[in-house]
Each structure stands twice: as C-alpha cells, then as structure tokens.
Design a protein around this ligand. Structure first.
Ligand code: SAM
Length: 284
C-alpha cells in the first residue's frame, strides 16, 4: 500500500473526513515525508514535539528515530486513531490539547533527562494558525534546538528572506532575531488530501544559542518594529511619530539623521541592526 492508499484506508476504516476548519490536509507523498525526517536530523537523544499529528503519517517515522515523541493534537478523533495505531510503542505520548494553550516550557522540563538531551519540533502545521504557532515557539524561548515545519510557501518566503528584502514582515525580524531560517523544499498541492489552496514549503529554523543581536532594551526593540509595521505604507518617520515612539516628528528625524538612516525609508526596508540602533538610541 502506498501512502495515498494507506491514508484513504485509515480514513475509511475510522469513518472520518478531513475537518477543513482544523486545517486538516494529510500528507500523502512518501518523498516529502522522507525529506522532512532527514532534514530534521533526529537521533535517539531527541525529544520530538509533533504539532498536529493527524492520522500519524509523520509520527510513524518519528517514533522510529527519536528517543521520545510527544504529539499535541486538538482533534479528539485524530487522537483516538493514533492512540490505537501506536499502542505498541512505549516512546510516544499523545496530548489532546490546543498547542497555543499548552505550557511547552513545562512539557520540555518534565521530559529532559540523561537520555533525552535535546528537543526538536517537527510538524505539518495547520495553516490557519501558522504565524501564532511560530511566534509562540520563538517568543517563549523554549529550550529547543530546531523547528522543521511545513507551512504555506508565501509565509515561508517571508520568514526566510533577510530583513529588509522584499518579502519582509514584522515576524521576519523575530525569526532572524532568534534563529537561522532555511527553506528545505517546495511541496506541490497534490502531495496532500484534500488538496490545499496554496503551494507549501518545508522550512527549518535552527535556534541560535543567543539572539543574533543584543539591543539594550529588547521590549523597546520589538515595540518599534511592531509600530513600524502597523503603518507599513507610511515612511518610518511618520510611523514612529504616529506610534508615539518619538514625541515629535523633529525628534524622529533627528534620531534617524544621527543614525545615518534615510528619512524617506519605509519600515520594511530596515535591517535588523538598524532597528537595534533606533532602539538603543531611545534607551541610551
Ligand atoms: N501531521 C498530519 C499530516 O502531515 O498528514 C496532519 C497535518 S494537518 C495539516 C494539521 C493537523 O493539526 C490536523 O491534524 C489538525 O487537527 C491539527 N490541529 C489543528 N489545530 C490545532 C491546534 N490548535 N493544536 C493542535 N493541533 C491542531
């Protein structure tokens, strides 16, 4: 049985159809599964956290490679299927919860021991919450080594492009602050059932030991980026004045002049270091 037939069989046997509102698009391409598993470089010393295991396609490979796999799945129907499917394995734990609500820090602390030395996240993510999941994984400063995930192609491009390049969004700066991102491969729509509306990409984030840059006031650094991107169409001077980062337009202009930043520039064109310089200028 190939993966397409196996997936159809499991769905029929359990009398289920994909729940669109939970972003259920099941992977049916063996080569893509292999690429995800290989690029995540899992060993027996790893705890793998899999978000949204669905019918268990990636899970079945992960449990062979990892020391332990913890699956976090919101849909109780999927949970029942994989509990039955993997009941003979001792190195799997299945949690029926919303990944956005779970305390991942605690989960990791409770599972690290002298056999499990590092933690990796692997997932084919539900697309309707891609950004909040990635933000959670990064902002909670989890003790993890890497994140290898399937997401929409356009989002992957935005996250992996250098800040200041054309695809940049405010999340791009968060990604480059904490990680080294790399697009692993592009995945066509017909690698899934049901077919999603968009092309996908697998992206890997290697988590940096310490942030790429160290602003004096991290909160201010991220606040400035947020303000600049809330008014993307405006010049940076306007956005920073309207967003009350500077009291007056003149103050904003003086700061940018002193830092050698073009007064006509828009926020999306700034490098991560230039945002650090603005933040440090204010926090000095
Ligand atoms: N891993 C499977 C595969 O590759 O075939 C399924 C991937 S499917 C794109 C996304 C999975 O995430 C679904 O099983 C869905 O039920 C689950 N999911 C959706 N929202 C979730 C949430 N908030 N927390 C945990 N899992 C969620």
């Amino acid at each position: 049985m190939n993966l397409y037939e196996e997936t159809k069989f499991i769905m029929k046997q359990n009398n289920i159809s994909a729940n669109k509102s939970l972003g259920q698009n099941f992977l049916i391409d063996e080569n893509v599964v292999e690429e995800i598993i290989n690029s995540s470089s899992i060993t027996k010393e790893d705890l793998v956290i899999e978000i949204g295991p669905g019918l268990g396609t990636l899970t079945s490979q992960l449990i062979e490679k990892a020391g332990k796999v913890i699956c976090v799945e919101l849909d109780p129907k999927m949970v029942n299927i994989i509990k039955e499917r993997f009941k003979l394995y001792e190195n799997i734990e299945i949690i029926n919860e919303d990944v956005l609500k779970i305390d991942l820090n605690k989960l990791i602390k409770d599972n690290k021991n002298n056999i499990i030395k590092s933690v990796k996240v692997v997932a084919n993510l539900p697309y309707y919450i891609t950004t909040p999941i990635i933000m959670k994984l990064l902002e909670e400063r989890l003790d993890i080594e890497s994140i290898t995930v399937m997401i929409q192609k356009e989002v992957a491009q935005r996250l992996a492009s250098m800040p200041g390049e054309k695809e940049t969004g405010s999340i791009t700066y968060t990604v480059w602050y904490y990680t080294e991102p790399k697009i692993v491969l592009e995945v066509p729509k017909d690698s899934f059932i049901p077919k999603p509306e968009v092309t996908s990409s697998v992206i890997k984030f290697d988590i940096l030991k310490k942030p790429r840059i160290e602003p004096k006031d991290e909160k201010m650094f991220f606040k400035i980026i947020k303000v600049a991107f809330m008014q993307k169409r405006k010049t940076l001077v306007n956005a920073l004045t309207n967003g009350r980062i500077f009291e007056t337009r003149e103050d904003a202009e003086n700061a940018l002049k002193e830092l050698g930043i073009d007064l006509k520039i828009r926020g999306e064109k700034l490098t991560i270091e230039e945002y650090k310089n603005i933040s440090d200028y204010i926090s000095k």
